[in-house]
Design a binder for this molecule. Sequence first.
Ligand code: GDP
Length: 204
Amino acid sequence: MSQYPAATLILSAAQAQQFPEDLGVEVAFAGRSNAGKSSAINAITGRKALARTSKTPGRTRLLNFFHLLPNCRIVDLPGYGYAEATPVERASWVPMIDALARRSSLRGLFVMVDARRGMLEGDWGLLDWAESARVPVHILLTKCDKLRRHELQATLATVHSELGARATVQAFSAHDGTGLEAARKQLKGWFSAAAPASEQIGGE
Ligand code: GDP
């Protein structure tokens, strides 16, 4: 059963002026291309095809805002690291990300990191960005079903020690459901910390 039956795309923003009103709570999802971000969004929200929208032609470089509950949104950021952005793309992308950081509704950031690769350069850049925006970060070590148990434990320990207190981290697999409940709890916690429970019930 979907956690968010009313989940729907609000809009795909090509520039900050198009962002939804800065009200309620917003949680961002980011990660390197192919890190498993779409699969994680779909699993956490219980909506199989929600993040497929972000992958449709023309939307991959945009910020895709989804309504999940009244006053509670997620924003799916473009995957990074796969191919260098062109100067034109950077020119539109950097101001958008700066504007996102200034939004008072932005209350949390999930970063999807492939458990087989660990933290890479772009991931650290994102952490710096979140820190300057004072946004808490929760890292999902994705595709953990591909690792043996001892490999996963070793990766978790490495990432833990690399991160210190900069972010929380957990193992996650969209395929076998490892860590799914913990990730859902994290999202709910961010949503509920800023919006009274009464606001989260019912429709718009
Ligand atoms: P995105 O580019 O970050 O949105 O990544 P996707 O969610 O599209 O996933 C990229 C690839 O990794 C796809 O082939 C997925 O099937 C695969 N994938 C995603 N999550 C998992 C997972 O938990 N386990 C495994 N084994 N593969 C996964």
